[in-house]
Design a protein around this ligand. Structure first.
Ligand SMILES: Nc1ncnc2c1ncn2[C@@H]1O[C@H](COP(=O)(O)OP(=O)(O)O)[C@@H](O)[C@H]1O
Ligand SMILES: [Mg+2]
Length: 247
């Protein structure tokens, strides 16, 4: 069975950085094929992975809503094949992008189609890494149902720890086999990370230090997946993966 890891947490805490680094660590450790899913309407994972955005789940939904011929075609095909066609191929991993929620109809419809898409595609991969939308909404709406591991990212601020705590509460009804917190932008050591985890009421799965190389890559608009081995956050993400005990 493939392993599905969903990354959630408050906006700006480092979900996309962690997603990109986990995808990298997974492919380097031979866990291919990996499916990376950008489930955030802000669409930033493609850039972090150094891939272009092709068609998104949202584009697909707009076509279904607005184009009767396309809709008819869709009905005659398996959702797996249709979604499979909008996946972008990368080195050792594929990428599925949810996209923005503009267009007709409500936002949950895009989320629903995304969920069907992930469910339909999951058997093709060994590991699925989902970079989620900020906040608890997707957990709440069961977009992330059926996942094995929920990674909640927080920085050291009390506000993001409160969001983490909120997500943990909602996830309790979802029964992922594991919920863990990753403390990002840490300036102290393990003791500080433990303190944040205790505050959020979630077991500590790892921590990522504040990393100047991330800032440099951000400033130069370079894909974070290409950070050098010497970047402290690269080793930190590998340590998170080891704790996930990915088979
Ligand atoms: N450990 C870190 N060190 C330095 N900058 C970081 C670190 N983690 C995240 N950032 C930066 O903070 C910003 C938000 O991170 P991002 O991964 O996009 O968060 P999210 O996906 O949760 O919104 C980005 O500019 C990112 O590069
Ligand atoms: Mg993000």
């Amino acid at each position: 069975m493939p392993i599905t890891i969903a990354i959630t947490g408050k906006g700006g805490t480092g979900k996309t950085l962690l997603a990109a680094l986990l995808v990298r660590a997974l492919t380097e450790n031979g866990h291919e094929p990996v499916l990376a899913v950008d489930a955030d309407s802000a669409v930033s994972l493609p850039c972090a992975l150094g891939l272009p955005v092709n068609r998104t789940v949202s584009d697909l939904r707009i076509s279904i809503a607005e184009d009767p011929a396309f809709r008819k075609q869709m009905m005659e095909r398996h959702v797996r094949d249709v979604i499979g066609e909008i996946v972008t191929r990368g080195p050792g991993f594929d990428l599925l992008v949810m996209g923005r929620s503009e267009g007709p109809g409500c936002y949950c419809a895009v989320n629903d189609l995304l969920r069907y898409g992930i469910e339909a595609l999951v058997s093709r991969y060994r590991v699925v890494v989902i970079d989620g939308e900020a906040g608890p909404e997707q957990v709440n709406r069961r977009v992330l149902s059926g996942i094995d591991t929920l990674l909640v990212v927080t920085d050291t601020s009390a506000r993001s720890a409160r969001t983490a705590e909120l997500i943990r509460g909602i996830a309790a009804g979802m029964a992922p086999s594991r919920v863990g917190v990753v403390v990002n932008r840490l300036r102290g050591g393990e003791v500080e990370a433990q303190g944040v985890a205790v505050r959020a009421g979630i077991s500590l799965l790892g921590w990522i230090p504040e990393d100047d190389l991330v800032r440099t890559f951000d400033a130069e608009d370079r894909p974070l997946i290409g950070l050098p081995e010497s970047a402290p956050c690269v080793a930190a993400a590998r340590a998170v993966l080891r704790r996930l005990v990915v088979r």
